[in-house]
Design a protein around this ligand. Sequence first.
Ligand code: 4NP
Length: 159
Amino acid sequence: MKILFVCLGNICRSPLAEGIMKDKIYRFGLDAEIDSAGFESFHVGDGADPRSSETARRHGISLDSHVARKFTTKDFDTYDRILVMDRYNHQDVMRLARNENDRIKVDYILNLTYPGENREVPDPYYGGRDGFERTFGMLDSVCDILLEEIKKDQKNAYK
Ligand code: 4NP
C-alpha cells in the first residue's frame, strides 16, 4: 500500500499526517510507503513548519527529515491512495487527474472517519499553537482507521 497525503503548503498538515502514519506503520511492523506533497511553490524545499515539528515531537514523532515538495502527475502512478485535507487540495489534485483510474485514488482524508461527508482538516497555518495540537489529534485518529485498513489489506494479501 502506497499512500500520499496532500495539503497546500506541504509544511503543516500533510507532513504531520506523514509522520504520524509512518510512526504507526513502523510500530506495527507493517509494509507501506508513505509520503506527502503540496501545491504551493513558495515553501518547496523547506522543512516542516516549526509548530508542526514541535507538536509532533511532543508526541514522540520527528519531522526533521521533511522536505516540502509539490504534487506531480507522476504521483498518480506511484501511489494507491491520495488523501487530501480540504476542498482546495481536492480541486488541485482532481485538476491533474488524467482518467478515472487517477480519480478513484483521491479522497478527503476525513472521509475515512465520516464517509461521504467531505469534511475538511482546517489549515492551522494562520492560527495559534493550539490549532496544531487539534490538527494532530484529528490526523492521529484518522490514521488509526487507515492503519486498520492496511492491516486488513496485508492480511488478505497473505491468504
Ligand atoms: P499546509 O498549511 O497546507 O497545511 O501546509 C499551509 C502552509 C503555508 C501556506 C498555506 C497553508 N502558505 O500559503 O504559505
